[in-house]
Design a protein around this ligand. Structure first.
Ligand code: SAM
Length: 243
């Protein structure tokens, strides 16, 4: 029952990620709350509250999933702005659209099924591009970063919220225990899907840590790149600008 994703070529990783998210779409929101003890809501609020965005802006939320970030961003761009929720997975996107509609959030939203590695938008389309807990699932992260830069307007900001490297040494064993022992069991119990949550834990460990991701953003062509750790580096917010 273990994924052999270490050796498989990238096309299979994409298929695997597709299966994981189709499988977890229905239980995704509940699982986020359980796994992070609700803290992901605070991270997301902070991520949006400190983003460079104003009323009337056009915003792209990549790997937008069930729409947590998009809903928060919508409060900031207002009715005059536009929010495009992009995700590669139809099931996640549908869950997101249903959630938005249930909350009365309809105007100013667009849903686009797309791969972050090749965006179906013209150059300089957006004031802000965000990707939250999504970049680590993308196979060709360099391509995704280049695409984020391309679709940004000059002066625009790209923001990445992602799991990162915990800073304190003493905390790492606890964190690994949580990731590799607790998470799959929660997944088995509440989502009947331990494998998907095992994949998620592994993908977190394999994601480039703070300085490496910052260097990747610089290499992609972003200016003024920087990051801020949240909760001791469990997650980090990376920023880059198009100049
Ligand atoms: N941003 C949402 C949030 O913070 O709750 C969802 C995050 S979820 C962990 C990751 C999402 O990334 C999934 O919805 C998945 O379908 C999407 N995804 C994975 N690979 C992708 C890709 N190459 N392009 C676009 N979306 C992708």
């Amino acid at each position: 029952t273990h994924f052999g994703y270490r050796e498989v070529p990238s096309i299979d990783k994409q298929k695997l990620v597709g299966e994981v998210f189709s499988s977890v779409a229905g239980s995704y929101d509940l699982m986020n709350d359980l796994m992070s003890l609700g803290i992901h809501r605070v991270w997301k609020r902070y991520f949006v509250a400190t983003a460079q965005v104003k009323r009337g802006d056009r915003v792209l939320d990549l790997a937008g999933g069930t729409g947590d970030i998009a809903a928060l961003l919508h409060e900031r761009v207002g009715e005059g702005g536009e929010l495009v929720l992009g995700d590669i997975n139809g099931a996640m996107l549908r869950t997101g659209r249903d959630r938005m509609t249930d909350r009365g959030l309809v105007r100013g939203f667009r849903y686009v099924q797309c791969n972050a590695e090749g965006l179906p938008f013209p150059d300089a389309s957006f004031d802000l591009v965000t990707i939250a807990f999504g970049l680590r699932n993308v196979t060709d992260k360099e391509a995704a970063l280049r695409e984020m830069l391309r679709v940004l307007k000059v002066g625009g900001q790209a923001r990445v919220l992602e799991f990162s490297r915990v800073r304190a040494d003493w905390f790492r064993p606890l964190y690994d225990f949580h990731s590799f022992q607790v998470l799959p069991r929660l997944g088995a119990l509440f989502a009947r899907d331990a494998d998907s949550y095992r994949y998620l834990a592994e993908s977190i460990r394999r994601h480039p840590p703070q300085d490496e991701l910052k260097a990747m953003m610089e290499a992609a062509g972003f200016a003024r790149c920087g990051y801020r750790n949240l909760t001791g580096g469990i997650v980090a917010i990376h920023d880059g600008y198009k100049v």
